[in-house]
Design a protein around this ligand. Sequence first.
Ligand code: SF4
Ligand code: SF4
Length: 469
Amino acid sequence: MSDWNEYAVIPDRPPSLDKKGFRRAIIPAPVKGNWRKFRDYFYYILICIFLLTPWLNYNGKQLLKLDLSTRQFTVLGQTFFAYNAPSIFIFFITFVFSIAYITYKYGRIWCGMACPQTVFIDKIFRKIDKFVEGNYLQRRKNDQAPLSFNKVLKRIMRWTLYIVFSSFIAHTFTAYFAGAKELLYITMESPAHNWSLFLWVQFLTAIFTFNFGWFREQFCLIACPYGRFQSVLMGKKTSTVVYDFKRGEPRKSKGVKTTEVGGDCINCLRCINVCPTGIDIRNGNQMECIGCTSCIDACDEIMQKVKKPKGLIRFSSEEEIESQNFKRISFLPIAFLLIIFTLILSGISYFTLNRPIAHIKVLRAIDTPYRVVQENGRDYILNHFKAHITAQSSSDIIIEKIELAGNYEIIAPYLPLKIKSSKDKWVHFFIKTEKRSIQENKKKLNINFNVVMKQNYLIYPKEVIFLSP
Ligand code: SF4
Ligand code: SF4
């Protein structure tokens, strides 16, 4: 067990590998402190947001649904369609730039504070470990103990719980895309009715079980694309979790009592012991550091014990450490970004709440450009059109009729037609007129779609070209 701490500090070896290069489970020690307290509350709030959002409804619709198959995105009861792509694009681009800017300013703060990977591992899967195998010391002991009946039993219990929670996360994740109601409905049925979705959820459960149960911090170190990017985005001015080497070095030997000689680091290895990625922050900024702040709390605890000022490990920049000119960390840029986000969201909300209740696109149907029919010895010309109508409203709409002034007649056999909120339908209709009444300059026709929603009656004018011989 003592070996755990020793080989964690050997440089040039990933902390998740043992001496032979095999996977070594990183079992961090618990820590107390202000950052830990903040993260506890914040993680629970995030867990509620991540796991409850798709199961809640607002305005009769799922709170957040990203239906890729129909290209419809529902956010807070409002549905965005494929033709609303500019709003979605603006939001997405702002989000990407904000993350890049936050990384430049504060390093990998997203990873340590808000990433679902960190939050779920910390608050669900490590809790399972503790529940089944006891505190971190017992878990480390179990991990290194030879195989026994007791060890196998605990492993089975642990992995069973992992599968249960991973399955719930997989269902919740799928509900964001497939819809919570639809998913519940499908889940009640036999898998034979929906093999593809059933297999997808099982596949996700397997991936999540593997990731949260075994792969864990290696995802952040090896697989996460954002993690690989951060070294490009961070610089000497980036405020992140750093060790004040000017104050800490030369560190004291392990086990030797604090004296006035040397730096403030007493080499207790507590900062490594609590690190979920198993690194030694005293080696400088590392890609493996997810900015979780555990080592800050851990070292502050030690500094208090040895009666030294807190902050040997702190949020600061390399530049500040070198110059020893520390400034108060400012969260103004985050406030500024929040204002920009609020403005953009207000703009999108205003646009969404004030958009027309129906989106109508009229196309010529795919058949002959016109048709000549005879009725009572007279020639009539018919043009076939189709309208794609989407109900953008939060209530159902009725396409009551299509009107056209003059010598033209509209033949729309399927009207009136009800379209449910956020759904779309194609409406086929014909424009008919007597051949001799067609005037060359009257080929551009303005037709009106009469749409009813609740008590409101709205008219949507559309222009079509009438073709004739
Ligand atoms: S916790 Fe602080 S004192 Fe202990 S080894 Fe880490 S930096 Fe040094
Ligand atoms: S070095 Fe500190 S901040 Fe970075 S991951 Fe380890 S404990 Fe968290």
